[in-house]
Design a protein. Structure first.
Lengths: 136, 92
């Protein structure tokens, strides 16, 4: 890319190698977290590491290795897409996990959703008492 | 140096995939399995990224995006239709 590319090439290679190894270690950490954490919510905490930071590091390693500028917008688009989809799926999984009670309640420090759920349950019970009966 | 990185990341990704597969096989609930499958897809995408970076091509980039779409759609769909079928809640 530049005339004195030998020293530059070495450093770019070194940085991208570090990015690749750290990105791989992120997924190993996610696997260890999946195996060792006690319930669904803490496993979800571990599972997001390779999806966001690991993918960012690996895409940055690709961009450094390709030695061109035009590839960076494509990589940024791929990463932003991942950033948009991961919170949605994590929200859905966490919501379903809360509703089906796949959590250890003694491990929570605070549960702000419980008041909302109880209010909604009370409202549903009132509507059932008023007797439309069409909706369960 | 790149070959060393390739071997090292291959070993790390293999261990991570083994851990995710063990969690898929053992996972007490359906949501644990969905989460582990999502992680397994992320590991697969990461391995494809390392292949692209070491061999300096971009053939797999659309595959990485497709893998993230599949993980998103799969986990959202399963989480939407999951139901509690245990008699005693909170035992997992």
């Amino acid at each position: 890319m530049s005339p004195d590319a030998t020293g530059m090439d070495y450093w770019v290679d070194l940085v991208s190698a570090v990015f690749m190894v750290v990105g791989a270690v992120m997924s190993l950490g996610a696997a260890i977290g999946l195996l060792r954490f006690p319930d669904l919510l803490s496993r979800m905490h571990a599972a997001t590491k390779p999806q966001v930071l690991g993918l960012f590091l690996l895409l940055a390693a690709i961009g450094l290795q390709m030695r061109t500028w035009w590839v960076w917008p494509v990589l940024v688009v791929a990463w932003i897409f991942q950033l948009l989809t991961v919170p949605v799926s994590a929200h859905m999984v966490g919501r379903a996990g809360y509703r089906t009670k796949h959590l250890h309640r003694e491990l929570l420090t605070s549960d702000e959703l419980e008041a909302v759920v109880q209010k909604a349950a009370a409202k549903t019970a009132r509507e059932d008492d008023s007797g439309d009966g069409s909706k369960k | 140096m790149m070959q060393t990185v390739l071997v090292l990341t291959a070993v790390i990704f293999s261990l991570a995939a083994a851990g995710a597969i063990i969690r898929i096989a053992r996972g007490p609930s359906l949501l644990d399995r969905v989460l582990a499958a999502d992680v397994l897809l992320a590991i697969l995408g990461g391995a494809l990224c390392v292949d692209m970076a070491v061999n300096r091509h971009l053939n797999n980039l659309m595959l990485v995006v497709a893998i993230s779409i599949i993980g998103f759609l799969g986990s959202v769909t399963v989480a939407r239709f999951v139901a509690d079928r245990r008699e005693v809640p909170g035992e997992s």
